[in-house]
Write a protein that binds this ligand. Structure first.
Ligand SMILES: Nc1ncnc2c1ncn2[C@@H]1O[C@H](COP(=O)(O)OP(=O)(O)O)[C@@H](O)[C@H]1O
Ligand SMILES: [Mg+2]
Length: 366
C-alpha cells in the first residue's frame, strides 16, 4: 500500500457538462499510478441547471447555492465509488482535488466561477478537499487557465521528443513541450461543446459517436470562414475561453438558416480541428508528436482530420503514454491538490500570464 501522503482523488467536471470523472491516484512512484476510475454522468436535472446558470437569470444566488450542494453530492458519490473500486478507505487518502463546475469564466473581468460546496464535500467524504484552483491565478493577473500544462510537462515531457498535448474537452487546450524551451499552453477554442449542442438539437443525442454524423456532411466554406473570423482564434496567448465565448447563440449568429444540419456538424468538426492545428503551427513550430486526451480523443473523425492537417507530426492519444485519454484531466487535479498540500505552486506564469507562481486553491481540512 502506498504511503498515506501519496494517495489523492481527482475530480474533474468539465465544460462538456457530461458528468464527473473520478480517479484515485498514487503519486509515490516516478509516474502517477491510477488505482481506480469512476465516471458519474450528470442527471438531466443537474445538467440543465448548470446550463441555465451559464447566462444571467433570476435568483441566481439561490440557484447557484442549490446547484453547488447537488454537485457536492455528485462529487461525494463519485469519491465513494472510486474508493470502493480500489478497496481504499477515506483515512488512506491525503486529499480530494475537485475542479468544480464552471458556470462563468471571465478572466478579463477578474473572476471565474466553479460551483461546488467543498465544505459539504469534506463533510460527506471525511477527506480533506482542495477546491477553487483557478481564482488565485486570476487574482495574480493570469487567465486562471489552462492549469493542466504543469502536469502535462511533469508527466509527458520527454527530452528527446518535441511533444504537444491536446486536451479536447468542451473547450480544447494545448500544451507545448519542446525540449529546452519553457512550457507553453493556452485554450485554442471550442473542442466538443458546439458539436455536442448541435447533435443534441437535431438528433437528441448527447454527442456524435466517433464523429460519424459529421463525416456524413460537407464543410460549408462560407460558414467556416465566418466562424474562423472570431477574434479569439487570432489573439495571442495567454488566452482562455469557455461557454461564455463559444455557445449556441454564437453559432446561430453566424448561420444563414438554410444549412443542412449534417453540413453544419461537419463544419463544426472542421472548426475544432483547425483551431487546434493552426494553433500548433503558429505557436509550437514543428512538433514530432501530438498526444490527444479528453473525450475528443474518442472522436475518430476529429483525430483523422488532425492528422491530415498536421502531416509532419504523429497524432495519437495519450493511452500509449500510459495515461488513458479519458482520465488525464482528473489525474491532473489530483496532482494539483498534492502540490497545494505541499505548499508548491500549480500554475505556470508563462502559460497563464500570472505575475508569478502561486499555490492554487483553498484547503478544506477533513
Ligand atoms: N466515442 C466518442 N465519440 C465522439 N465524441 C466523444 C466520444 N466520447 C466522448 N466524446 C466527447 O467527449 C466529451 C466529454 O469530454 P470530456 O473530456 O469529459 O470534456 P469536459 O472536460 O469538458 O467534460 C463528450 O461530451 C463528447 O463530446
Ligand atoms: Mg467531462
Amino acid at each position: 500500500m502506498a504511503p498515506a501522503a501519496a494517495l489523492f482523488v481527482g475530480l474533474m467536471s468539465g465544460t462538456s457538462l457530461d458528468g464527473v470523472d473520478a480517479v484515485l491516484v498514487d503519486f509515490s512512484g516516478s509516474h502517477p499510478r491510477t488505482l481506480a476510475t469512476f465516471w458519474l454522468p450528470y442527471s438531466p436535472e443537474v445538467r440543465n441547471q448548470a446550463l441555465q446558470l451559464q447566462a444571467t437569470g433570476n435568483d441566481e444566488i439561490r440557484s447557484a447555492a442549490h446547484l453547488s450542494n447537488q454537485l457536492a453530492n455528485c462529487y461525494a458519490h463519485a469519491v465513494r465509488e472510486v474508493l470502493a473500486a480500489a478497496g481504499t478507505t477515506p483515512e488512506q487518502v491525503a486529499a480530494v482535488g475537485c475542479h468544480g463546475q464552471t458556470i462563468r469564466h471571465q478572466p478579463a473581468a477578474g473572476y471565474t466561477v466553479q460551483l461546488n460546496n467543498p465544505a459539504l464535500l469534506s463533510e460527506l467524504t471525511g477527506i480533506t478537499v482542495v477546491a477553487d484552483f483557478r481564482s488565485r491565478d486570476i487574482a495574480a493577473g493570469g487567465q486562471g487557465a489552462p492549469l493542466v500544462p504543469a502536469f502535462h510537462a511533469a508527466v509527458f515531457g520527454d527530452p528527446r521528443q518535441h511533444r504537444v498535448i491536446l486536451n479536447v474537452g468542451g473547450i480544447a487546450n494545448l500544451t507545448d513541450l519542446k525540449p529546452g524551451s519553457p512550457v507553453r499552453g493556452f485554450d485554442c477554442g471550442p473542442g466538443n461543446l458546439l458539436l455536442d449542442a448541435w447533435i443534441e438539437r437535431h438528433q437528441g443525442l448527447r454527442y456524435d459517436e466517433a464523429g460519424n454524423w459529421a463525416r456524413q456532411g460537407r464543410v460549408i466554406t462560407g460558414l467556416l470562414t465566418r466562424l474562423r473570423a472570431d477574434t479569439y482564434f487570432s489573439a495571442d496567448p495567454p488566452k482562455s475561453c469557455g461557454r461564455d465565448d463559444f455557445n449556441m447563440p454564437w453559432l446561430e449568429s453566424h448561420l444563414a438558416g438554410d444549412e443542412a444540419p449534417a453540413d453544419v456538424q461537419a463544419t463544426l468538426l472542421e472548426l475544432s480541428a483547425l483551431a487546434a492545428a493552426r494553433a500548433v503551427e503558429q505557436w509550437c513550430g514543428h512538433p514530432d508528436a501530438m498526444f490527444v486526451c479528453g473525450g475528443g480523443a474518442r472522436n475518430d473523425a476529429l483525430m483523422a482530420r488532425l492528422q491530415q492537417l498536421l502531416p509532419g507530426c504523429r497524432v495519437a492519444n495519450t493511452d500509449i503514454l500510459g495515461q488513458p485519454a479519458d482520465w488525464v484531466e482528473a489525474v491532473a487535479f489530483a496532482w494539483l491538490a498534492s502540490r497545494t498540500l505541499r505548499g508548491e505552486a500549480g500554475n505556470l506564469p508563462e502559460v497563464t500570464g500570472a505575475r508569478g507562481p502561486r499555490v492554487l486553491g483553498a484547503i478544506y481540512p477533513r
